[in-house]
Design a protein around this ligand. Structure first.
Ligand SMILES: Nc1ncnc2c1ncn2[C@@H]1O[C@H](COP(=O)(O)OP(=O)(O)O)[C@@H](O)[C@H]1O
Ligand SMILES: [Mg+2]
Length: 308
């Protein structure tokens, strides 16, 4: 693949997004196998709180990360992991400030913050992956996400946080508080803004986006929203995968389904062009390394053909 611009080569994270059940985890798993087979130390990681990576790779180990095969590791980020990341960065500082107003113990305080600000969770997922990427522990990170709603939350959060934190600084600096307390509140706000900026910059410069869809009305319609939201943040869609396409219609049932899909496929091709990659509807679920490899061959065989 000689055609990738130099700027893209530094993008070591590939994020998979799309509607529920379209094949994000399957595509992420196949991509991770491909990277690992090419000799890159790869982590496939999920931020879906109801993850399925261990299940489809048939990995029983609860190691974090767990080894799958040569060069390939997997991890599933839980709510607890994300909360711990937030606590590590802001917990004690914010508690210091907060506990001067309110009599509350530390554990209660952190659960309280986590429930009133669900956005914290999304922001810190991005932050978690950013830290992983910057740690250099893996040459390639394949990021499997929860359905589109969460993905948009993930993308929105860093810039939204920044937006909300601006007036916060003004409000807090006019607070009737001791200069010391003001300084620590403003310090937290400033650090948080810096974190949001870093996370947004990470999404723009280090992450490659793959969108997975199926050839059906609702999925195709949701793509438009996803694309315009991406554009709004200055993010680009790198690859579109259309999954579960009927290839061999050897029954009237499949013929009907294939006809329906052809209409949407034509629409997708017209709108999104060449990057799309078609995966066939298989007669079985994709579970276990051998089956994932079949998907990998389809996904990456096609790219090689397109490039050559
Ligand atoms: N091309 C395909 N043909 C048949 N089954 C598929 C195909 N792609 C995915 N599946 C199955 O569909 C289900 C949902 O796929 P999954 O990758 O978990 O979707 P998502 O992560 O988007 O929710 C899984 O059981 C998977 O094995
Ligand atoms: Mg999934």
């Amino acid at each position: 693949m000689g055609g990738i611009p130099a700027e893209k080569k530094s993008r070591d994270v590939t994020m998979f997004c799309g509607k529920g059940g379209v094949g994000k985890t399957t595509s992420a798993a196949a991509t991770a196998l491909n990277r690992a087979a090419a000799g890159r130390k790869t982590l496939v990681v999920s931020t879906d709180f109801t993850p399925s990576l261990r299940d489809i790779f048939e990995v029983n180990s609860s190691d974090k990360p767990a080894r799958v095969t040569d060069n390939l590791y997997l991890d599933e980020i839980s709510y607890g992991d994300v909360k711990a990341q937030w606590e590590k960065k802001f917990g004690p500082q914010m508690y210091d400030v907060f506990s001067t107003f309110v009599d509350i113990d530390y554990g209660e305080f952190t659960s309280f913050v986590a429930t009133i600000l669900p956005g914290i969770r999304d922001e810190f997922m991005v932050d978690y992956i950013r830290e992983l990427s910057e740690s250099g522990r893996f040459e390639s990170i394949v990021w499997d996400t929860a359905p589109a709603g969460q993905t948009l939350g993930l993308l929105r959060m860093p810039s939204l946080m920044n937006h909300h934190l601006k007036p916060a600084a003004r409000i807090y600096s006019s607070l009737k508080a001791t200069p010391n307390m003001k300084r620590s509140v403003l310090g937290v706000i400033r650090e948080w803004q810096e974190l949001s900026d870093r996370d947004m910059e990470f999404l723009r410069s280090r992450v490659e986006f793959s969108i997975v869809t199926i050839a059906e009305a609702l999925a195709v319609r949701q793509l438009d929203d996803l694309f315009s939201e991406f554009n709004g943040y200055g993010l680009t869609m790198d690859r579109l995968i259309v999954n579960q396409v009927v290839e061999k219609a050897d029954s009237s049932f499949l013929e009907t389904k294939a006809r329906m899909q052809q209409g949407y496929l034509a629409e997708l091709k017209g709108r999104y062009g060449l990057n799309s990659c078609i995966l066939p509807l298989l007669p079985y679920e994709v579970k276990g390394i051998e089956r994932i490899r079949e998907v990998e061959r389809r996904l990456f065989g096609q790219i090689d053909q397109q490039a050559g």
